[in-house]
Design a protein around this ligand. Structure first.
Ligand SMILES: O=C(O)CCC(=O)C(=O)O
Ligand SMILES: [Fe+2]
Length: 367
């Protein structure tokens, strides 16, 4: 089982960035101190650990499904390759994405399953998948999607209220029954085989959507915190998911919530010799939702946009689905023709109000 293989521990002599630990059960119960902690994490760094999420069984089932699928011959997996047009469902082969503007290749394989295909199964909404996915749609993918959507909606509701939005406003923009680019992603990275410690397996990016719910076992995930110019590992902690805010919530909140840049490099030290597996659920607005700050819904958001150096960046003119497709399309190796193509693949990476977030991040307590 990829998730449970015995591997060397995360080393204690690499630069690591602490994250706040949020207790999901307390947030669900409406505990104000815990919601304040979530708010601190979501506004300052945009990353936090989530404990007591009760999704471990669903996560393990997904890792098993991922292993069965990734073991299929490459030729079989390639029948489901997502292609170069901006589609983000299906299989992505290693090397199909660029990790930088020079066109260096990524080393990760993805298996992306649409939330809509999982919930509508056996009806097809977006596309076909390998037989191993269908074999586990009912016992792995669907339960993981349903559990995770519940978690994301609870976290988002708490953030909604703190943003001064009317109850349920953000949930209205993330309707389960409407088609979206919400998806599960299983990621496999091969052993480093002598690759340098800072070799990018997955290039620096911000996430496209609203919230990401991530499970990894080996190190390799790194963040560049606001006000810093170097990368820090996020240490995986057993039983703790890693959650982060994506561009959609950062834009809708007028930059109050932070979508922080991150990447995946070779697992640190002795961990480099092992396959790295991770699993993400990406919670995104449904298709057609315009990515713009909700200024007429919240005085707090309106004030944040008014204070921002460049308010135009909170009126993207793109829908959530167009935003994602553009970014996915422009990261494909085939489309990476140089710095201009790279620029078109970006989200909020270079827009973040770094001075404000850097100041706030100074105050972040260490767990
Ligand atoms: O594998 C990881 O730890 C992170 C993956 C990630 O950032 C992504 O797929 O967007
Ligand atoms: Fe990411």
């Amino acid at each position: 089982m990829p998730g449970l293989t015995t591997v060397p521990p995360f080393p204690d002599d690499v630069p690591t960035h602490p994250l706040l630990v949020v207790d999901y059960q307390l947030v669900k119960q409406g505990d104000q101190a815990e919601i304040d902690k979530l708010w601190d994490a979501a506004t300052k760094l945009g990353f936090w650990y989530l404990k007591n999420h009760e999704a471990d069984a669903e996560v393990d089932a997904m890792f098993n499904m991922a292993q069965e699928t990734m073991q299929l011959p490459l030729e079989e997996k390639m029948k489901y390759e997502q292609g170069d047009g901006g589609n983000n469902f299906g299989y992505k082969a290693a090397g199909a994405n660029a990790v930088d503007e020079k066109g260096n290749l990524d080393t990760v394989e993805f298996l992306n399953v649409a939330k809509d295909d999982a919930l509508a199964y056996p009806r097809k909404v977006h596309r076909d998948y390998p037989a191993t996915v269908y074999a586990h749609m009912e016992d792995a993918v669907k339960p993981f999607v349903l559990k995770t959507v519940g978690i994301c909606n609870t976290l988002m509701s708490a953030l909604n209220d703190k943003l001064g939005l009317a109850k349920g406003r953000l949930n209205e923009l993330h309707q389960l029954g409407k088609e979206s680019y919400c998806q599960t992603r299983c990621i496999k990275n091969p052993p480093a085989n002598g690759a340098p410690a800072d070799k990018q397996a997955l290039g620096a990016h911000t996430d496209y959507g609203s919230l990401s719910f991530l499970h990894n076992r080996l190190g390799g995930l790194q963040v560049m915190p606001p006000g810093h110019t170097s990368w820090y590992y996020i240490k995986p902690i057993p039983g703790h998911a890693i959650c982060n805010v994506g561009d959609a919530l950062a834009i809708m909140s007028g930059g109050i919530l932070r979508s922080n840049v991150h990447r995946v490099v070779t697992p640190p030290k002795d961990q480099a010799a092992y396959e790295r597996w991770s699993l993400v659920y990406f919670h995104r607005p449904h298709n057609g939702v315009l990515l713009e700050a909700l200024t007429s819904d919240s005085e707090q958001i309106a004030a944040a946009v008014a204070r921002a150096g460049d308010p135009a960046r909170f009126r993207t003119g793109e829908t959530a689905d167009a935003w994602m497709m553009r970014r996915v399309r422009m990261r494909r190796t085939k489309n990476m023709t140089g710095p201009e193509a790279w620029r078109q693949s970006l989200g909020t990476e270079h827009n973040a109000d770094d001075a404000r977030h850097a100041q706030a991040a100074q105050a972040l307590p260490v767990y």
